[in-house]
Design a protein around this ligand. Structure first.
Ligand code: PLP
Length: 361
């Protein structure tokens, strides 16, 4: 039996998709971002659920992630957001992935891969524009090299141009307007910009696609939206040991926590090797809590690789084997993120591969 496991609610994923779709402007469709194993939710299962609900576009980080979806039988369009190597260009073409491109060299790699048997403007790429993130994307001083590379590569078609927002404000819109003006020469059919936050806050910014990740999994930084979203993932474990410790007893490595009264301590089967981060608990501050029979019980002591200790005194009598909720609708990733001074993305993506994913209704 699993030590700890994750349950994914299909109903929640579909309800979140419906909420996002209902916010979008006419003409904008959802591109479901399923990179990083769908933010820990299981990429193949989530992609299938979204595809069944009519989502035609998926986005992944890498060629490997895209290939994995193809091997699992996923059709539709798959946008590869974060680059590829010269060697991977052939796999991109073979798997009919759609790469984000921002460097003239990438065009050369794709030309070498598309030549055999490809006719004019057959292979679609999405040109990425840097409108302020300063990370991936073409900047004006690179325009000339890109024009030259594309001019000698008639096999490629710039299907769309796109950019990524570094913040929710409208600071990047002017730069996007200018960059789109430059890209008109390639006759792109579409452009896209929105991520979850912008799709919910500024659907009127438009574009053909909204590349939505976090909101589909049930989270938004804006309470006005998060109340309409349902965290799709619940992470659970069990109590594997129960004991009563006297006041002044150390708990866990380094005895970093000492009981201040007679304390019922449960050891639960999760640790940092599962993604239950060590920094969820700190000796100085208010640390993580877990839910046992609906009662919030504080983690006490250093979280170890496979085990975590919890003060369950407030929960009363509990049996060995009792279910423990680490994360879920009543214990959202945003709370864990606050405890660990991070963002919900990192909590969700941090769930390790050894945590079994169970997909239900
Ligand atoms: C290029 C790109 N587009 C869209 C997204 C989705 O962002 P979010 O999960 O905030 O919707 C990401 C995620 O980091 C991204 O890197």
């Amino acid at each position: 039996m699993a030590r700890n496991w994750v349950e994914i609610s299909r109903a929640a994923l579909l309800a979140n998709l419906a909420y996002v779709r209902q916010r979008l402007a006419p003409g904008t469709e959802v591109c479901a971002v399923v990179k990083a194993d769908a933010y820990g939710h299981g990429a193949v299962a989530c992609a299938s659920i979204f595809a069944e609900a009519g989502v035609k576009w998926l986005a992944v980080t890498s060629v490997e992630e895209g290939a994995r979806l193809r091997r699992a039988g996923m059709g539709g369009r798959i946008l590869v957001l974060a680059g590829f190597t010269a060697e991977q260009a052939a796999s991109i073409v073979a798997d009919q992935l759609t790469p984000a491109v921002w460097d003239a060299q990438q065009i050369d790699w794709l030309r070498a891969a598309t030549r055999p048997g490809q006719s004019r403007r057959q292979f679609n790429i999405h040109l990425k524009l840097d409108t302020g993130m300063g990370r991936l994307g073409i900047r004006p001083d690179q325009y000339g090299a890109m024009e030259t590379a594309l001019a000698r590569t008639p096999e490629l078609r710039v299907e769309a141009v796109f950019s990524h927002l570094a913040e929710t404000g409208d600071r990047q819109l002017a730069a996007l307007g200018e960059a789109r003006g430059w890209a008109q020469q390639f006759e792109p059919e579409a452009w896209h910009l929105l991520n979850s936050e912008a799709a919910l806050a500024h659907p009127e910014w438009g574009g053909a696609l909204a590349r939505v990740g976090l909101a589909l999994y049930g989270y938004s930084a804006d309470p006005a939206h998060s109340e309409h979203l349902a965290p799709a993932l619940s992470w659970k474990t069990r109590v594997i040991s129960l004991k009563q410790l006297p006041a002044g007893h150390g708990v866990g490595y380094g005895a970093a926590y000492r009981t201040t009264r007679t304390t019922n301590v449960a050891t639960i089967a999760v640790g940092y090797a599962d993604g239950y981060r060590r920094d969820l608990w700190s000796a100085n501050g208010d640390g993580a809590r877990v839910l046992i029979r609906g009662v919030e019980c504080p983690v006490v002591g250093n979280i170890s690789m496979d085990l975590t200790t919890v003060d369950v005194t407030a929960a009363g009598e509990i049996p060995l084997g009792a279910d423990v909720v680490l994360l879920g609708p009543a214990m959202p990733a945003t709370r864990l993120a606050d405890w660990a001074a991070t963002i919900p993305y990192e909590i969700l993506c941090g769930l390790s591969a050894r945590v079994e994913r169970v997909h239900g209704n």
